[in-house]
Design a binder for this molecule. Sequence first.
Ligand code: MG
Length: 328
Amino acid sequence: MNLRTTFRIAHGASDQRFNVLVHIGEPGGDPAMSGVGEAAGVHYHGETQAGIIEYLETIAERQWNPFLIEDALAGLPPGPHGARAGVDLALHDLLGKQLGQPLYRILGLDPAKAPQTSFTVGIDAPAVMAERARQSGMPIIKVKLGGENDEAIVAAIRQANPGCRLRVDANTAWSREQAVELIPHLAEYGLEFVEQPLAIGDIDGLRWLRQQKLGAPIFADENIQTSSDIAAHAGAVDGVVIKLAKSSGIREALRSIHVARALDMQIMIGCMVESSVAISAAAHISPLCDYADLDGPLLVANDPYRGVQYQGAQLILPDLPGLGVAPV
Ligand code: MG
């Protein structure tokens, strides 16, 4: 997939992303009765497109029963979470198609409760980022930080977008010292929260940072993969970012949401740079979450599917069966 603009975060820049579409159904059968999923590699866990394809080839001959999803997923060999998510999504799509119902209805969720999504602005010169945020016309802006000009960036974006809700994401780039110095300055511009300020795994650092009461809630993203990672963050962060590619699919994302709720944490449903397949899947469970960062299709220039729609920032869940996606 080609991106509309170069997407730069604290660790690098990209113009293209290479995800893998997963199809489950009878070869040559009715496409309306086959399930589609999307596998996006979680690069900071070393997942690549080649590794995902290699994994999927090892399970390609399996028989799949969409009415026994838990068993099907439990029987998968260990492997890239992104690849397993692709299988999980395709099975949920197939389940919905066989039942003739959209996934949100099967899960008992109200599509009217889907949150608004943020629009992500990748790292660039402050004036460029401010203009990109303004041109998006979106009321919630997520700002990638972790470069040279973090305070100037937030100041410029705030000045150009006085009414918008602002979130920032350092993608693990700051040291404890940088974070404790910087966050209070950034918070003066009005932040909903700060995502993953510190290195992966520095839970003690997050707990310490939160105790400093720096004026903005702290969310963990890269630190959290599956539901089993969440309990260790109780009290250390205000919220967690759950993504289907990290959790290995819808099933485990739902478990993560319930664990986070039990520990009194807020939840954002986020995404990798993904097409309408994976983003629509995430949108179906978004009514369970406080915040959404599901702007993948807005960043991609050649989305192979259509599904979730955007009314401004509001996610409009598709009503078609399953994930509700169709090839463009
Ligand atoms: Mg993040």
